[in-house]
Ligand binder design. Structure first.
Ligand code: PLP
Length: 391
């Protein structure tokens, strides 16, 4: 059975061009880039070339890019560097809808003496920028906000926020793990100090990522060790994956128009087809500004996990917006922060496309999903009760 992969915000297929570029560094060019000999030095030059490509994707200078092992490490490095650079300040801010890489770190920091302001979002997932403005203080060390939400795709106004923070001595970090490669990301226009991105969301392998550190931003390493990455991240480089991330970044730049044209049109066709054909279904998050590949949809009175299992029978891969914790299905913190009703949050599904999707993938979902939801609702006592009231 062919796989219809619509879970690209979870991870992406490694592009064949990326694999081809990596193989020589796994087989033949195994030298250590820090070595004095020509064999190692040659490997180092390929790292430099990859750094240039990643910098170009976000309009940074190559020396502003640090390679890390994952988006989570980039986020942790950024946050820790920011708070260490102003140890006297004890207030930090983020939103209520961040990925666990930031959310759980801020919860941890809250237990170790930091005062955290969690900026709310509205019913459509839009950030309350006034709330953010009103809660900034002279004690604020860091604001960390995601560029785009991994569940709903909603895009935050990063540039507008950076102009609010300008000249206040507050470090601004953005988690652009979902945005890079899907929408134009320009660190200069955005005015951010630190930015995280991750390879496996843009068709590079898992286990490689990058952190942008604006020139002049105070920085202290999270991984303390050797002199690699100019002393900003110790550890022998993951050469093959770095080369792969370079190629993936170059491809992402070329694919931006395809993602924002063809892929966006397929996403819209999928979303419209679902909302038109399935009663009591709704989109989570505003229509715009939103990632062009992401659609989060809720189906009232059914459970997301049951929908996923039934779609799986047709090879359709997507994600649900709830997590199975201690036997009970808790709706995601993102949907709860948006105030999505419980009956809908439980039945939410995230579809996320990539340039590898084709029209027939979308047609398959639009054909198979309505009978799946109908069948699940026939089994649901909640739906039966609700149906009596709705009619
Ligand atoms: N931030 C966001 C918004 C994400 O979506 C993810 C992964 O899903 C991460 C951070 C973590 O990235 P990684 O899986 O590379 O650690």
């Amino acid at each position: 059975m062919p796989v219809i992969y619509l879970d690209n915000n979870a991870t992406t297929r490694v592009a064949p061009e990326v694999v081809d570029a990596m193989i020589p560094f796994l087989k033949d060019y195994y030298g250590n880039p820090s070595s004095m000999h020509t064999f190692g030095g040659m490997v180092g030059r390929h790292i430099d070339a990859a750094r240039e490509k990643i910098a170009a994707l976000i309009n940074a200078s190559p020396d502003e890019i640090i390679f890390t092992s994952c988006g989570t490490e980039s986020d942790s490095t950024a946050v820790r560097a920011a708070i260490e650079s102003s140890p006297q300040k004890k207030h930090i801010m983020t939103s209520r809808v961040e990925h666990p890489a930031i959310k759980n770190l801020f919860e941890h920091l809250a237990k170790t003496g930091y005062r955290v302001t969690w900026v709310p979002v509205d019913r459509e997932g839009r950030l309350d920028v006034e709330y953010l403005k009103n809660h900034l203080t002279d004690d604020t060390a860091l604001v960390s906000l995601m560029w785009a939400n991994n569940e709903t795709g909603v895009i935050f106004p990063i540039e507008a926020i950076s102009s609010v923070l300008k000249d206040r001595g507050i470090v601004f970090h953005t988690d652009a793990v979902q945005a890079a490669g899907k929408v134009p990301v320009d660190v200069k226009e955005a005015g951010v100090d630190l930015l995280s991105l991750s390879g496996h969301k843009i068709h590079a392998p898992k286990g490689i990522a990058a952190l942008y550190v604006r020139k002049g931003t105070k920085f202290s390493p999270f991984m303390i060790g050797g002199h690699q990455e100019r002393g900003r991240r110790g550890g022998t480089e993951n050469v093959a994956s770095i080369v792969g991330l370079g190629v993936a970044s170059e491809m992402a730049m070329h694919h931006l128009s395809d993602i924002n044209g063809r892929v966006r049109a397929m996403r819209d066709k999928l979303e419209d087809g679902i909302l038109k054909n399935i009663p009591n279904s709704m989109r989570n998050g505003c229509k715009e500004p939103r990632l062009p590949n992401t659609s989060s949809v809720s189906f009232e009175f059914v459970e997301g996990e049951s929908i996923l299992l039934m779609m799986d029978e047709f090879g359709i891969c997507a994600s649900s917006g709830s997590a199975c914790t201690s036997g009970s299905l808790e709706p995601s913190h993102v949907l709860r922060a948006m105030g999505v009703p419980f009956t809908a949050a439980h039945g939410s599904i995230r579809f996320s496309l990539s340039a590898y999707n084709i029209e027939s993938d979308v047609d398959m979902v639009v054909e198979k999903l309505p009978p799946i939801i109908k069948r699940l609702r026939e089994l649901s006592p909640f739906w039966k009760n609700a149906a009596c009231k709705i009619q």
